[in-house]
Ligand binder design. Structure first.
Ligand code: SF4
Length: 369
């Protein structure tokens, strides 16, 4: 399990090792086609800033080789904001007195139909808070059954589950699981996640092993940029990805680097990442792992997404609503985070085409059950 692997790496030593990287380390990393985690640390370090153009060129080259001029399109469907956890940075935090909505199956069907009217989406990301009595495995299984006729590729972003539950959901049409570790800083993790199942670091970080063991086809990972030193956190994530590739080599992987927004309750990010730093990180990840899908959500601005789609990003959401029931109406429910790119899917797709790329709505089909 990765929790045991992670214990081999000290947080402060990793931070110091990144800070000590030199231009010679960066140049050595740029000469290699296959990078080690140590090379990755050099590329995300301050020493790599003068090399960002070179990194962009290499990132573009590897991305074109692996993915061509394509951007895979997906859309989130929030089904429940009921949550028993108390993540200090999230508007769905149990302590926030907001209207809690868990969609009925009729409402899920109506959302699916509304999404299909928005665009030819086939990649659906089903998102839910963590309240097992309301939005647990039985509920998720029903949602998958209802959504299955509308979408070829269904991914969930929900509470970490047991291996047998992941397996059960794959039999109901589940293809992928996204889970954000939020931070790999175990001691501070407790401060951000003070109650509920999410407060158990080990359960969350080992969830990826359970997904892999259950045969989930695609695993999405990420850390929440704004909690801790982002360079150290993404280094731990690179180690995690490398570990998962070794152990669950049949699985496909994606990464995402959401930059934190102020949440209901007024939480302010501890660390702010600039656009230039996010670009550097994106290039470094592409150089580290040529095959990983790099995803940007509507948290990012239209102009930044347009630039980055030619330099390493391979999937994007569009038209996103981040409150349950948001596609059918504007419910009296809080958004989980504020969307920066609020263009319609058709507008986003038109821009992708204008840049010489192809928006891909369907890139996966399950042939055998
Ligand atoms: S981040 Fe997820 S688990 Fe935490 S409060 Fe928000 S919805 Fe709940």
């Amino acid at each position: 399990m990765f929790y045991d692997e992670l214990k081999k790496y000290d947080w402060d030593d990793t931070t110091a090792a990144i800070a000590a990287k030199t231009s010679a380390d960066v140049e050595a990393a740029l000469r290699r086609e296959r990078l080690t985690v140590d090379d990755f640390m050099a590329l995300i370090s301050p020493a790599a800033v003068p090399y960002i153009e070179r990194m962009a060129q290499l990132s573009r080259k590897y991305t074109l080789e692996r993915f061509g001029k394509t951007i895979s399109m997906y859309i989130p469907m929030y089904v429940s904001n009921a949550c028993s956890n108390a993540c200090v940075y999230c508007g769905f935090n149990h302590a926030n007195p907001l209207t809690r909505i868990t969609l009925s199956m009729d409402q899920v069907r109506a959302e699916c139909e509304a999404i299909r009217r928005l665009g030819p989406f086939e990649n659906l990301l089903i998102v839910s808070g963590e309240f097992p009595a309301l939005n647990g495995v039985d509920y998720l299984e029903q949602v998958l059954h209802v959504a299955r006729p509308y979408f070829h590729n269904m991914t969930i972003e929900v509470m970490p589950l047991k291996e047998k539950d992941y397996y059960r959901l794959t039999k109901s049409g589940l293809n992928g699981v996204v889970c954000f570790q939020e931070t790999y800083h175990e001691a501070n993790y407790k401060n951000y996640h003070p109650r509920g199942m999410k407060s158990i670091f080990e359960w969350r970080v080992n969830g990826f092993d359970r997904m892999g063991a259950a045969g989930v086809h695609k695993i999405g990972m990420g850390v929440l940029i704004g909690l801790e030193d982002w360079r150290t956190d993404v280094t731990m994530m690179a180690r995690h990805l490398q570990y998962l590739r070794r152990n669950y080599w049949r699985t496909r992987y994606s990464v995402n680097f959401p930059r934190m927004c102020p949440a209901e309750g007024g939480y302010q990010p501890k660390v702010v990442m600039t656009d230039k730093e996010l670009a550097q990180l994106t290039f470094a990840f592409r150089l580290f792992d040529h095959d990983v899908d790099i995803s940007y959500s509507t948290r990012e601005s239209p102009s930044f997404r347009a630039n980055m789609m030619r330099l390493g990003v391979t999937s994007m959401s569009a038209g996103s609503k981040t409150e349950p029931g948001g596609y059918v109406s504007t419910p009296d429910a809080l958004e989980q985070f504020e969307v920066t790119d609020d263009r319609t899917p058709a507008e986003v797709a038109a821009e992708i085409r204008s840049l010489g790329y192809e928006p891909v709505w369907k890139d996966w089909d399950k042939l055998y059950d």
